[in-house]
Design a protein around this ligand. Structure first.
Ligand code: PLP
Length: 370
């Protein structure tokens, strides 16, 4: 069975983005490819496999379950779990060879206990909070936390990292402060005799804007999927990986003055031909695009009219001569300059591109090319 609505995932573009980021960071810096949230909606297993094939050094997930899914599908690349590992997932993290994040003795303890029971040594990364004020031990307390983790006989502090809060802001002064705090915390770790092999801080924006944030490894998500993480890096030759395609399932003649869809938010200003698309907000096409977005059909742009429904979207096809059921329609285009790029749609919807990509629902099959 093939559905008229699908997300096309261009793995050649993904590999191109891997190479582009590799060129940016140089050969001495490792790249962690972030595949949390089902690879930002692209399919974690396929994206992870393509990244590993393109020489990405480590993969990053948010939760243990995501890491387990990659292992079950045969991916052997090191995997960092960037969220904290709850007590009852510690055993799975060890069994599947994942690298957990800890923020001190309390999060290390369950891992130490399970690792001791299995008689293995587990590599962990210490998360240091330098200003995001989310996960991680506060920078001032990082050396104490690292010492406590390092004192666990079955754990090694293989990595230390922080996360930047404002790396994508137009005039970012915060990252410099965070990196200074991070450097101090690393000095104190070293003074305490703890030398993590892999130090990392940069997300996509910092990777592309702030070489001083590269350390031993960068953590790239959005840029690998070909979406520019901020205006400042527009010139980087990234290729969007996802496009979103559907087909007209029905057309409806509407008389001038008639309203369409819930709430009659749009009324035909003339006798019009409305096309019905089999995709809705339940598939991740945001309701905020009601009456605001456009789609590409027959080489032209056609406006979305009326409220986006759960399972359907209506478009005005009056000016599309070939309008008929079966006609292909593109909702997201893999072109950074298009008004139908994920970034542009996010702007129209009052969202961010991360939300658009990760929001594409389970009901939408992913079709892989390249
Ligand atoms: C999601 C995430 C990233 C990737 O961020 P991008 O902006 O997509 O590059 C990096 N680090 C951490 C800790 C994350 O949670």
């Amino acid at each position: 069975m093939s559905r008229p609505t699908y997300a096309e995932i261009d793995l050649a573009a993904l590999r191109h983005n891997c190479r582009t980021l590799r060129d940016r960071v140089g050969p001495g810096v490792r790249i962690l490819g972030v595949v949390k949230a089902d690879g930002y909606g692209h399919g974690a297993v396929e994206a992870g496999r393509a990244m590993a094939g393109a020489g990405i050094d480590m993969l990053g997930v948010a939760i243990v379950e995501e890491g387990v899914a990659l292992r079950v599908h045969g991916i052997r690349t090191p995997i960092l779990v960037m969220g904290l590992t709850p007590d009852d997932e510690a055993a799975a993290a060890i069994e599947y060879g994942l690298t957990p994040t800890v923020d001190g003795p309390a999060t290390a303890e369950p891992l130490e206990r399970r690792a001791a029971a299995k008689r293995v040594t587990l590599a962990v990364h210490l998360k240091i909070d330098t200003g995001m004020n989310r996960l991680g031990v506060r920078a001032e307390e990082a050396a104490d936390a690292a010492r406590a983790v390092a004192a666990c006989p079955h754990l090694t502090v293989a990595g230390a990292y922080t996360h930047l809060a404002c790396a994508d802001s137009p005039d970012d002064a915060v990252s410099a402060e965070q990196l200074a705090r991070f450097a101090q915390a690393l000095d104190r770790l070293r003074a305490a005799g703890i030398r993590p092999e892999v130090v990392h801080a940069a997300n996509s924006s910092a990777l592309l804007r702030a070489p001083e944030s590269h350390f031993d490894m960068v953590r790239a998500g959005l840029a690998l999927y070909g979406v520019h993480p901020c205006e400042a890096v527009r010139d980087v030759p990234l290729r969007p990986v996802m496009s979103l395609v559907t087909h007209v399932v029905a057309t409806k003649r509407v008389r001038a003055g008639e309203g369409v869809s819930y709430g009659h938010q749009w009324r035909a200003g003339r006798d019009a031909l409305v096309g019905v698309l089999p995709i809705g907000y339940a598939d991740g096409y945001p309701r905020a695009l009601s009456n605001r977005a456009q789609v590409r059909v027959g080489g032209r742009l056609a406006p979305v009219v009326g409220a986006v429904c759960m399972d359907m979207v209506l478009v005005d096809l009056t000016d599309v001569p070939e309008a008929a059921p079966g006609l292909e329609v593109t909702l997201i285009e893999a072109d950074p300059a298009s008004p139908l790029s994920a970034a542009a749609l996010a702007g129209t919807a009052g969202a961010i591109p991360y939300e658009i990509l990760t929001g594409i629902g389970k009901r939408v099959p992913r079709v892989y090319r390249g």
